[in-house]
Write a protein that binds this ligand. Structure first.
Ligand code: F6R
Length: 367
């Protein structure tokens, strides 16, 4: 049942191309199609502000929604931990869309954030992997990620599916608000639709990542760096390592290094760096290369995830993991793969139960 794997999580990592394809399938035909839609076109057109609320890995997917929705729709987006959201009296109204992301659809904090939003007359759109769960039931619109059941406690395929779902929501808003022409929407969707294949090819990094994991299993800590859409991926890489391998891990926006975290760098410390594309955002690329040089000079062991053909970073990578070149916003879908494998394999090498990490539950129904 684990498809020949030692644990479900690896099987679920390998199911990601399919999970993505299933999430995209049926959600686009002449525009984005939601699973449930109790909002009018006018309601969507009137949205002037978006909040994304979620916990844990879903929150990291939510952070990525901001890049896409602001870029495509020109609406300000705030992403907030569901457990913090309602305690600070956020400014909500009929022109506010709250996007609640929850794999289980039952997470107590996310559900309470939804309930709070509704008392303030905000519109609520749920992204969930579980049909008929509570959060979708209490929302005005629903987009289901059809990733299939996830047995491993750590979210993997549902993370990628959530990212794709966010992008669909971004396209739906762009469509309603008219910030993108039909042909542009179509083109963005085509790029998304090409991602299952790209993720399949990113899975060719599994073997190399397993070898790396075997070498770093006894490290005291691991740092993860990224910028732009690579930053939420760094946070997710660190969360996976904490929850599965019980290892100290932190994700940082690389530009923050100099403001404190660089003091953590010491001889032999593994630092995983998520490189942006060397093409479009080459300014960021150059900045990350200079970050890598700084930390390498201080003894860090750099594990670099970069797109294929990125020769500029090669000389500074102690270890290089190459993922397929894809459009910038979609890069997290391929760069998350080796980070998931790294965490799972470090955990396995340390003798832990990868599918059932200590102290954690798949669905967190208490606050
Ligand atoms: C981490 C993980 C958790 C969940 C979080 C939210 O691997 O799985 O951080 O992402 O508990 O759960 P859902 O998405 O069910 O609301």
């Amino acid at each position: 049942e684990k498809g020949g794997h030692d644990y479900f999580m690896l099987k679920e990592i390998e199911e990601q191309p399919e999970a993505l394809a299933n999430t995209l399938r049926g959600h686009f035909s002449d525009g984005v199609v939601l699973d449930e839609q109790r909002l009018s076109e006018q309601d969507l057109r009137d949205i002037g502000k978006v909040f994304v609320v979620a916990c844990g890995t879903a929150y990291h997917a939510g952070l990525l929604a901001k890049y896409a929705i602001e870029h495509w729709c020109r609406i300000p987006v705030e992403v907030e931990l569901a457990s913090e959201f309602r305690y600070r009296d956020p400014v909500l109204g009929r022109d506010t869309l709250v996007v609640a992301i929850s794999q289980s659809g039952e997470t107590a904090d996310t559900l309470e954030a939804v309930r709070h939003a509704r008392t303030q007359h905000a519109r609520v759109l749920a992204i969930s992997n579980t049909n008929g769960s509570q959060i979708p039931r209490e929302s005005d619109a629903v987009l289901y990620t059809h990733a299939g059941p996830e047995i491993g406690v750590a979210a993997t395929k549902t993370f990628l599916a959530q990212i794709a779902a966010n992008y669909l929501v971004g396209l739906a808003l762009a469509q309603a608000r008219g910030t993108k022409y039909a042909e542009e929407l179509e083109r963005e969707f085509e790029e998304l639709a090409a991602m299952p294949e790209a993720v399949r090819s990113a899975l060719s990094t599994v073997g190399k990542t397993r070898e790396l994991a075997a070498r770093f299993s006894e490290s005291k800590a691991v740092l993860f760096l990224g910028r732009h859409v690579g930053y939420p991926v760094a946070l997710e890489g660190a969360l996976k390592l904490k929850e599965l391998a019980y290892m100290h891990a932190e994700g940082f926006a690389a530009g923050e290094l100099k403001h404190g975290p660089i003091a953590l760098i010491e001889e032999g410390l593994p630092v995983v760096v998520n490189m942006p594309s060397n093409k479009g955002s080459s300014q960021l690329h150059a900045k990350l290369v200079s970050n890598i040089r700084e930390i390498q000079a201080r003894g860090a062991h750099t594990i670099v995830i970069a797109e294929e053909g990125d020769d500029a970073v090669r000389p500074f990578a102690d270890e290089l993991i190459e993922v397929p070149a894809v459009p910038t916003l979609l890069q997290p879908l391929v760069s998350a793969v080796p980070l998931q494998v790294l965490a799972a394999e470090v955990a396995r090498n340390r003798g832990y139960d990868v599918d059932k990490p200590r102290n954690l539950a798949k669905s967190v129904t208490v606050e």
